[in-house]
Structures are given as C-alpha cells and as structure tokens.
Design a protein around this ligand. Structure first.
Ligand code: ADE
Length: 241
C-alpha cells in the first residue's frame, strides 16, 4: 500500500519539487502517490474567484469556503487527515511527522491571503482529523512552502524511502535532543583536527562523547528542548552539566 498525498493550491507549479529528489524516487518506486490540484477548478464564476473581503473588516482577503468545500468533496478520502498550514497553527514537530507517516495518507489545503474561512476546517473535522499547523514563528506568503517542508519530513519516515533506517532513528529530534557534530576524512583539514576520540576505535568512548556533544549543543542552542525532556531522559550526572 502506497502513501497517498494530495495538495490543493492556487499555485500548482509551486509543488513541482514534490516530483524531485528523494520523494520523486519514492513516487517512481510506487511507495508514495502525489496529486496536486488547482483550487480554481472548483470555482463557478468567470473570474474564478477564490477570495473575498473579511467579515468584520480588516486588511487582506480571506479564501471563500465554497471552492474549498467542493475541492475537499472531490479529493479527500473519508477519514484522511486534512492538514492546513497556517502561522496561527500549533507547531509542527518530528513527533507529528512520525504519527502522520503511520496513517494511509494526507490532504494539504494551502491558504493564501489572510487564510481560509474558518468554517472549512470546522466542517472538515466531521469527516476526519484536521490539523492546523505552523512550521515556525515567522509568516510566509502562503502554505505551499510549508507543505514542501512537512511532506519531506513525513515521507522520509515511510518504510523504504530512506535506505538507512539508522540515519533516520539517530536524527536530531528523534530522541528529543539535537544531533552533535559529524566529521569525515581527512583527519586534518586547513589546520582543524577531527576530535581524536572518533579515531580511537573505542566504540563505548565514542558513544559517550556523542551523547555529551548532543547534550552540550542542545543546552546551548535549544535549552527549551532540554527543559521539556521527561524526568528519566537524563542521568543525574548529565543533569548537572
Ligand atoms: N503560512 C504562512 N506562514 C506559515 C507558517 N509559518 N507555517 C505554516 N504555514 C504558514
């Protein structure tokens, strides 16, 4: 069974990267199916209007509910999660990516302007799970680039998409910590040495060093992640560092 991804957007060309590189190969190999749909095909007027002024006044335009209703009737299989990227959403995380990768597929609804009439997400929740999510604390012009980010994070977790399971399991964020630094040959480069422990062949010492680097980097760059770890995630010695 392949993982099915549908994206509804007014800029279908923006999603061309979905057919390239790692994901493109997964599509070629039949692991993933991708459908990109132009929202304007579900408009009824000659101008193919998808937006209108906000009720209550204010800046910008809001995407009208009717084309979205028809689009989702046509595209979304019953029970499939609807993902709506929005800067006002809950933060997208590695944990979410892993949970979504275990589902049969996803439908993404890309908003532009000031977003989509809220009744679309509210109505869609009757037919299956709906996630309004943000990929970070900054504002993009629309949801398309956020969809590219989320699709890449989800599909690389699907069985068979990434050759090396370990490289997925030891990623930054997989254990709640950032990954430490990596090195390859040559052992000396422009006066900079590879940390000697990595050349020692002592696998226990290397594992201890990697764990320490991971903790050090997380404490310095993402203290919020350290604070959020469960009580038993760190040893007493690690907690004191
Ligand atoms: N649309 C606009 N900004 C966004 C963000 N930060 N995350 C997801 N979708 C968005």
């Amino acid at each position: 069974m392949s993982f099915r991804i549908d994206v509804i957007t007014i800029f279908p060309e923006y999603l061309a990267p979905l057919r390239q590189s790692l994901l493109g190969k997964a599509v070629e190999r039949g692991l993933v199916e991708v459908g990109v749909h132009d929202l304007r095909q579900w408009t009824d007027d000659v101008h193919r209007t998808v937006d209108d002024a906000p009720y209550g006044g204010g800046a910008g335009m809001v995407m009208k509910p009717e084309p979205w209703g028809q689009a989702l009737d046509a595209v979304r299989p019953a029970g499939t999660r609807l993902v709506v990227p929005t800067p006002a959403g809950e933060p997208f995380t590695q944990r979410m990516a892993a949970a979504w990768a275990a589902e049969p597929g996803l439908v993404f609804a890309c908003g532009r302007y000031e977003g989509i009439d809220q009744r679309v997400a509210d109505w869609a929740a009757d037919a299956g799970p709906v996630s309004e999510v943000s990929i970070g604390d900054y504002v993009l012009a629309g949801g398309e680039s956020a969809v590219l980010v989320m699709v890449e994070a989800v599909t690389r977790l699907l069985p068979g998409v990434v050759g090396n399971r370990e490289s997925v399991e030891y990623d930054s964020h997989a254990d709640g910590l950032l990954e430490g630094p990596s090195y390859t040959r040559p052992a000396t480069w422009r006066g900079h040495e590879v940390p000697p422990v990595l050349l020692s062949g002592d696998h226990a010492a290397i594992a201890r060093w990697r764990r320490a680097e991971s903790l050090r980097r997380t404490a310095s760059r993402r203290p919020d992640l350290l604070a959020a770890l469960p009580a038993d995630a760190l040893t007493d010695a690690e907690r004191d560092v």
